[in-house]
Design a protein. Structure first.
Length: 499
């Protein structure tokens, strides 16, 4: 039986009204950012994942295009593009420039251009394909969705988040008109828009959509089924990010890092994305509900249950309730992991955080080393510090990689102690900022025999980009530092939490 924390786990508590990708966003670890290394003819990882989604399936794409599509994503985008351009010319010659047979080849040609990183040209193709689809099948025809989502991806690649938001919102409107407001078929588009709002730090907008998804699911009598987990996780993540920003924030009025397009929603209370209120109870209820759903519907999936309980423990730990968190961790370690060989980390399927991958240097224990996911501390929160200011005279190719490596112990409450700088390059440039952020970091503590213990000799390395112009940095950093932010004289610190 799961031990109680601040209250019993509710069986039927749901708000009046996520996608697995969101859980990798914040799902109680900081992940996000697919590492892309595309060259002409080589597909980025994130594209290859997205293309497997049903959202990108083109209606009317018969087997005659399957070989071309394979070429695009197997390093032969140039050959595929030539073939598609020939096909487009033939259709225009035999029929006309706005015939619906052009939708598929124009879209695939856009895909080939995306792989070649010709984003503007790809957008031209997608726009034309979307226009033909609207003319041929109606202004809000479902057949537009694969093209609209491709447009959104292209705008995201060129950094135009405003246009990305418009396409994502338009796609959701199409889905609502095509399938109906409260149908399960709209969930994919709803989740995708909610994910986008979460990525761009519009947490209240994202939460509004996750609550709407939960309402749709409940209206189909699935509120206690696994289908509700995605929405519940999204609600919890939105509350967590609102309370614990992924970037270091100097004051309550500092929203400089929270840049993103304003959502196209009409509800007035969504205009301010940084309202401060108690996020703990709502997030706790959502995570408790996930535990109950996992226990009742998939009791044989012990790993899913362990992840759900661990996430609930992380929630308590983040809000300073280390005793309740450690009770939950002990339950997982002694009653779940003890009977099943499980991967060490419960974060393999967690949402990616906008801040990017942040992991401690100390390797996480693997299944082949120890059966427990608590053998070493796990970083679950780290507010990313600002990179050094870019000198006005700098050019992008002058950027160099710097790093700060810190050493510390992790206490039983998940906070660091005995902090010291082990190595830094360039010296002094980012030490204070990284040290300031690591003091706010939260680690899932190490357990021994189900009891949280101090883990000594831990380390963490933060990497950043800087531009080699020492004179400019001295002036810039001095101007941007307030008196209370001046670094401490010593590189070692006293213990922050008693053991």
């Amino acid at each position: 039986m799961l031990p109680k924390t601040s209250g019993p786990i509710p069986n039927n508590v749901l708000p009046p009204r996520l996608s697995n990708r969101v859980l990798q966003l914040c799902g109680f670890v900081l992940i996000w950012v697919f590492s892309a290394h595309a060259s002409a003819g080589e597909l980025d990882l994130d594209d290859s994942v997205l293309r497997e989604s049903k959202m990108y399936e083109l209606s009317g794409a018969d087997e005659s295009y399957s070989f071309v599509e394979q070429q695009i994503y197997r390093g032969e985008a140039g050959s595929a593009l030539n073939r598609l351009n020939t096909e487009i010319e033939q259709i225009e010659l035999i029929r006309h420039r706005y015939h619906e047979d052009l939708i598929v080849p124009l879209t695939l040609a856009g895909d080939a251009l995306m792989v070649q990183r010709e984003f503007d040209k790809a957008l031209d193709n997608y726009e034309r394909a979307r226009h033909i689809a609207r003319v041929s099948t109606g202004l809000f025809a479902e057949s537009q969705l694969p093209v609209v989502y491709r447009e959104a991806d292209a705008f995201r690649r060129i950094g135009d988040l405003g246009s990305t938001a418009k396409r994502e919102e338009y796609a959701y409107e199409i889905a609502k008109k095509a399938f109906g407001d409260y149908t399960l078929e709209t969930l994919d588009s709803l989740y995708r828009l909610a994910d986008f709002y979460l990525e761009t730090y519009n947490y209240l907008s994202a939460r509004s959509l996750y609550n709407r998804a939960l309402g749709i699911i409940e209206s189909h009598q699935l509120g206690n089924a696994p289908e509700a987990i995605t929405a519940l996780r999204g609600i919890a993540v939105s509350h967590r990010l609102a309370r614990f920003p992924p970037f270091y924030v100097h004051s309550a009025n500092d929203n400089s890092r929270f840049e993103g397009p304003r959502p196209g929603l009409t509800v007035s209370d969504l205009e301010d994305q940084h309202i401060a209120f108690n996020n703990f109870p709502a997030g706790e209820k959502a995570l408790q509900r996930i535990v109950e759903i996992q226990r009742k519907n998939t009791p044989e999936d012990s790993e899913a249950l362990a992840q759900a309980i661990t996430a609930l423990g992380d929630w308590h730990l983040m809000f300073g309730r280390s005793n309740a968190a450690n009770v939950l961790y002990k339950h997982v370690a002694t009653e779940v992991d003890a009977t099943t060989q499980l991967p060490a980390s419960s974060d393999a399927d967690a949402p990616a955080d906008p801040a990017g991958p942040m992991v401690p240097d100390t390797p996480t224990v693997s299944e082949t080393q120890l059966p427990s996911r608590f053998a070493d501390p796990t970083l679950i929160y780290f507010p990313v510090p600002n990179d050094p200011s870019v000198p006005k005279t700098a050019t992008p190719d002058q950027g160099q990689k710097g790093f700060v490596k810190l050493g510390f112990d992790v206490g039983t409450t998940g906070k660091i102690r005995k902090l010291k700088t082990l190595e830094a390059y360039p010296p002094k440039l980012m030490e204070f900022r990284v040290r300031r952020s690591i003091r706010q970091a939260v680690f899932r503590p190490r357990l021994e025999n189900g009891v949280a213990v101090v883990a000594g000799n831990q380390s963490y390395t933060h990497y950043f980009t800087f531009y080699p112009n020492p004179e400019d940095y001295i002036e810039t950093e001095a101007a941007s530092s307030s008196p209370e932010e001046s670094p401490p004289p010593s590189t070692a610190e006293p213990e922050d939490d008693p053991v």
